[in-house]
Every structure is written in structure tokens, then in C-alpha cells.
Design a binder for this molecule. Structure first.
Ligand SMILES: [Zn+2]
Length: 75
């Protein structure tokens, strides 16, 4: 079973669907019983949608820093 800390470390991989089947199942199980992580993943997803809508000729965005901010906000 995943802990909330592991969930937050997986964060962007969950959004980008870079997970194997086993991890995906574990994430799914965790999300079913943990509202905090549900909220966290929802915020991450919103953030990544916003990032994808940014114009391409912008300066490179420090995605990690933004995700970190969201993560802190979710705690
Ligand atoms: Zn959790």
C-alpha cells in the first residue's frame, strides 16, 4: 500500500500516466480511501492543464518549482 508521501512523489507521473500496472492499481486503491491525495491529484491535474495551455514561445517554465508550490499548498 502506498503512503501519502509516496503519492506526492509519484505526483506528475500519475498525471502523465508513466506508471506500470501495479503502481497504477496501488495509486487507484490509495485514492479511493484518501481524500487528501484525491484533492492533491486534482490540483496537479489542473496545474498541468494550465501549463499545457501556455504559449509555446514562452520562456521555459520551471514545472518542478510550480508543482512543488502546488504540493505545499495541498498540505
Ligand atoms: Zn493519501
Amino acid at each position: 500500500m502506498l503512503t501519502c508521501k509516496e503519492m506526492s512523489e509519484l505526483g506528475s507521473d500519475i498525471i502523465d500516466r508513466h506508471l506500470g500496472l501495479r503502481t497504477r492499481m496501488a495509486v487507484f486503491m490509495h485514492l479511493r480511501m484518501c481524500w487528501r491525495c484525491r484533492r492533491y491529484i486534482k490540483q496537479l491535474r489542473l496545474t498541468s492543464q494550465v501549463l499545457q495551455q501556455l504559449p509555446l514561445d514562452w520562456e521555459p517554465v520551471d514545472t518542478a518549482a510550480i508543482l512543488d508550490k502546488v504540493r505545499k499548498h495541498a498540505e
